[in-house]
Design a protein around this ligand. Structure first.
Ligand SMILES: NC(=O)c1ccc[n+]([C@@H]2O[C@H](COP(=O)([O-])OP(=O)(O)OC[C@H]3O[C@@H](n4cnc5c(N)ncnc54)[C@H](OP(=O)(O)O)[C@@H]3O)[C@@H](O)[C@H]2O)c1
Length: 305
């Protein structure tokens, strides 16, 4: 099979692309410059030079492939429409990567969400995430009306090392960087807000399984556990050289430094349940978040002995 991947140099896209290549598929990957194109080739990915704003390039690459995996942006409006137009009435698959931030609330660290939301649960989206919700709806509608096997995958907080060029995820590495500046592992406000999480290797499994089995218009939350940001800070404090020290960053400081994406990224709840993925036969196997942090500590200890 030939698959076109956007974000092929990124954390999610690179890891999915590497796995597809390993399983014998032909992978073409969107890449923004010659230097990264050369590096992508080393992973066996055929580079296609361009940006997600080059709609003609996206259209041709999609039409030349048996399916598309879009990971370059969960939020850039208009890009899914390009793929929908390119693939209409072909029956090919189009996987869009969203993010469980779509169920964010305004907890500001003060409380844990009362329940996990499945793909069928009603919730009231916050204005900051409406764009993401609308995009996902449009993509799923195209699966019903336009003869494309559209699939939306909604990863929660991803951890684990990337397999492609970009090794690091978003939230946890950012918290570790901030913690290094502060000299203690950071959480935000009271840190009681909880986020679902998923190991990158399990997430990659879900992409492969979705290509194989997911029906048109499907939606998959991806998680295999959850933690509060206070608990995450405690894991960081124990395993990343902070001698168990944690520190609360006041909400005003978080917002002043990182704006709404910081506020909702680390001080909101995002508790989801991967009900559809389990129904599809997805069985996560990778270490939990706690086990992952402990393995980093072991690795650190071994590298100093
Ligand atoms: N990591 C998580 O925990 C997580 C969880 C849920 C959802 N998400 C969402 O999933 C998406 C991918 O996440 P990620 O962690 O894989 O991010 P990442 O490592 O930063 O990768 C982003 C990829 O998209 C490419 N890209 C960005 N803008 C582009 C443009 N204008 N034209 C062409 N390529 C472009 C980047 O290319 P360059 O190499 O040239 O920069 C890179 O390959 C993001 O929207 C993110 O918000 C991430």
């Amino acid at each position: 099979m030939k698959v076109f991947v956007t974000g092929a140099t990124g954390y999610i896209g690179g890891s999915v692309a590497e796995r597809l290549v390993r399983e014998g598929h032909i992978v073409t990957g969107l890449v923004r410059n010659e230097e990264k194109a050369a590096l992508l080739k080393e992973y066996g990915v055929e580079p296609i030079l361009g940006s997600i704003d080059d709609h003609d390039i996206l259209t041709k690459a999609a039409q030349d492939a048996d399916g598309v995996i879009h990971t370059a942006s969960a939020d850039s409006e208009g890009i899914p429409d390009v793929f929908i137009a390119a693939l209409a009435r072909t029956g090919k698959f189009f996987i869009h990567t969203s993010g469980s931030g779509l169920v964010n609330d305004g907890a500001d660290g003060e409380f844990a969400a009362a329940r996990r939301l499945t793909e069928d649960s009603y919730f009231e989206p916050i204005p900051f995430r409406m764009n993401r919700i609308k995009m996902n709806r449009t993509i799923r509608e195209a699966g019903i009306n336009l003869g494309i096997r559209t699939i939306v995958i909604v990863p929660s907080m991803i951890y684990g090392r990337g397999r492609g060029l970009h090794k690091e995820s978003e939230q946890i590495p950012a918290i570790i960087r901030l913690s290094k500046q502060l000299g203690a592992a950071a959480y935000f406000g009271k840190g009681l807000n909880r986020y679902s999480n998923v190991h990158l290797d399990d997430l990659v499994d879900l992409y492969l399984l979705a290509i194989e089995r997911a029906p048109a218009a499907s939606l998959f939350y991806a998680e295999n556990g959850d933690a509060s940001f206070k608990e995450i800070a405690e894991m960081i404090a124990r395993t990343q050289g902070f001698d168990g020290k944690t520190v609360s960053v006041p909400m005003e400081e978080l917002i002043a430094q990182f704006g709404d994406s910081g506020r909702y990224g680390v001080a909101s709840n995002s508790l989801v349940e991967a009900a559809n993925a389990h129904r599809l036969g997805w069985t996560p196997k990778a270490p939990s978040l706690v086990e992952y942090f402990e393995s980093l500590r072991e690795h650190e200890t071994q590298s100093h002995t």
